[in-house]
Design a binder for this molecule. Structure first.
Ligand SMILES: Cc1cc2nc3c(=O)[nH]c(=O)nc-3n(C[C@H](O)[C@H](O)[C@H](O)COP(=O)(O)OP(=O)(O)OC[C@H]3O[C@@H](n4cnc5c(N)ncnc54)[C@H](O)[C@@H]3O)c2cc1C
Length: 280
């Protein structure tokens, strides 16, 4: 495996080649981990499991019970219509959580109905390994503390896709696309670092202090601001670009500016499909 070719053993030895390869294979980073074995660090993985049960509620709930349930982790209840996904997550990557989940369910007078789970990263990884692009959990783009990952994967995946399409159309060079993607991720790193720090520090604080912080955050005016920042943080620069450029580009301003300065013709006008070579 290199950034531009993959060898896959499926009955025969296949080599896939492409100018652009994106690893979107989840926390294991199936491709990136081959090139850089230390990319996937176990000490940077949370682990969670959840069950879907008939339990109706409003809003998303997180709870923290370090004395009675789990010292370095949280439980959650996410309603989905008539049902809720109720789960437990360890900030230390502990996988033996089944009994604790059962205890949490008993408190809610519920019993688990099947269970699913897995690891999710809590620290950003390099978004590029050599020439290889990584996105989603493969790039560690899951948020620490909350474990939210679907929205980040969609955000970065959408923008990376747009950058790569521009590169394939010859509007920017592949080098410019790589730099733009790096910058897109780097601009959001402080937020990632903050959440990563929060999940490490909060469970180590005296419970009374955590309760004080949570009570403060739960005040409606504070909660509104915190949630607005949390939800919009990814998109702030995007909104700026929409008003700043007439083309409606969803690429943040610094990247759009960089692209304008660095546009260069692609090597050829061959489509992505045509570039993919399969050889035995
Ligand atoms: C219990 C639990 C609850 C969660 N709840 C939420 C939630 O409520 N909200 C939220 O935002 N996030 C949640 N997450 C996190 C979220 O599910 C993942 O982090 C998210 O799915 C990551 O998206 P992804 O596309 O990067 O990776 P994935 O969803 O893992 O997708 C990777 C894909 O690549 C495929 N793949 C892997 N290896 C290979 C290979 N070698 N060859 C070919 N294909 C391969 C996989 O089959 C998979 O289809 C939860 C996680 C857990 C464990």
């Amino acid at each position: 495996m290199s950034g531009s070719s993959i060898i896959v053993a499926v009955n025969a030895l296949l080599t896939f080649r492409g100018d652009i390869i994106v690893d979107a294979s989840g926390w294991r980073a199936a491709l990136g981990g081959q090139i850089r074995p230390d990319l996937v660090r176990r000490d940077r993985l949370n682990f969670g499991m959840e069950t879907t049960v008939a339990y109706r509620d409003q809003g998303l709930h997180f709870s923290y019970d370090p004395r009675g349930l789990l010292p370095m982790g949280i439980t959650w209840a996410f309603p989905i219509g008539e049902f809720s996904r109720i789960g437990i997550g360890s900030y230390r990557g502990d996988t033996r959580l089944g009994r604790r989940l059962d205890r949490f369910l008993v408190d809610l007078e519920l019993r688990r109905d099947g269970v699913h789970g897995g690891y999710f990263p809590h620290a950003l990884r390099d978004p590029l390994v050599g020439d290889l692009f990584l996105v989603g959990d493969a790039a560690g783009q899951c948020l620490g503390l909350t474990g939210e990952s679907i929205r980040p994967a969609l955000f970065f995946g959408t923008h990376l896709g747009r950058l790569l399409r521009r590169a394939l159309e010859g509007k920017i060079s592949l080098t410019a696309a790589r730099e733009a993607y790096r910058r897109l991720v780097a601009a959001r790193k402080p937020g990632y670092d903050l959440l990563c720090l929060a999940q490490r520090v909060l469970p180590r604080l005296p419970l009374s202090l955590v309760q004080g912080v949570m009570a403060l955050i739960n005040k409606p005016a504070v909660l509104r601001r915190v949630l607005a920042l949390y939800v919009r943080a990814f998109w702030l620069a995007v909104e700026d670009v929409r008003t700043a450029t007439q083309g409606g580009s969803l690429i943040p301003a610094p990247i759009a500016a960089m692209n304008q300065g660095e546009e260069s013709p692609a090597k050829d006008d061959v489509s992505a499909e045509e570039r993919l070579r399969v050889s035995h």
